[in-house]
Ligand binder design. Sequence first.
Ligand code: HSE
Length: 309
Amino acid sequence: MESIKVFAPATVANVACGFDVLGFAVDSPGDEVVLKKTNSGKVVIKEITGDEGRLPKNPLSNTVSISIIQFLEKIGIEQGIEITLHKKMPLGSGLGSSAASTVAGVFAINELMGNPLSRSELLPFAMEGERLACGSAHADNVGPALMGGFVLIRSYDPLDVIKIPTPKELYATIIHPQIEVQTKDAREILRKQIPIKSAIIQWGNVGGLVAGLMLNDYGLIGRSLQDVIVEPIRSILIPGFDQVKQAAMQAGALGGSISGSGPSMFTLSKDRETAERVGRAMEVEFKKINIGNEVYVSKINENGPVVMG
Ligand code: HSE
């Protein structure tokens, strides 16, 4: 194989109560990476589309190339690679934009080199991309983007990632208001210590959400989509957050919160029709305060990255 094109999906990280430990993949949007073998012995970025010239093309500063370089070092092969990255989702959106690109890149290079590593062995390379993008090697975007589905990072050291089964008819609605929040900034404003009272509520909800997903218990899923630690602080960065969330609940959502570090918001619903109605209700609220937005409705994406050619 001389070249390959791979798609990797957007992801919702945190899922309300699970800061840095829960995330799921959606069908769209997502990013595409094309890799081509060359004889130069170097990893270079040929072209990036859809980023309005904002992403670095220096291979040591770009999350896609850096993880490919580290992968090639690990397997001990000097291979020239030319990278083309098609960004199909907004930067700084809370949709796991950098994670989708990085995962598409590491999945593609592994395929191109004949799959020397398993899918889960690729995760640390993608996490290094996150470190470069925002200063923290969290796995709640790259985990689900790479493994597909709904993912729990039970432990970071050692890394222990578990795929959680979800109800077949569970749908996510994501709304991306056209403002930008950088993950790095959204992490810096968080408190470093939390009261034990909040921790008790939070870990009850993490357990409740995982149990609810596994038991197909929509009531339990809804009750557990509650974040008393991160959402109260970060929601200040999202104009209209409370009204949008309230409108979603009135339209029938099970629950919801900020998607990743925001500004996107997500909800879960028990069927497509409700998920679409929730999307329209949230859209109306953002429009009232003159914030343009895009809505995505999707099942949980079980595939993760897909080879497109
Ligand atoms: N868990 C990370 C955060 C996800 O909330 O900072 C970033 O998308």
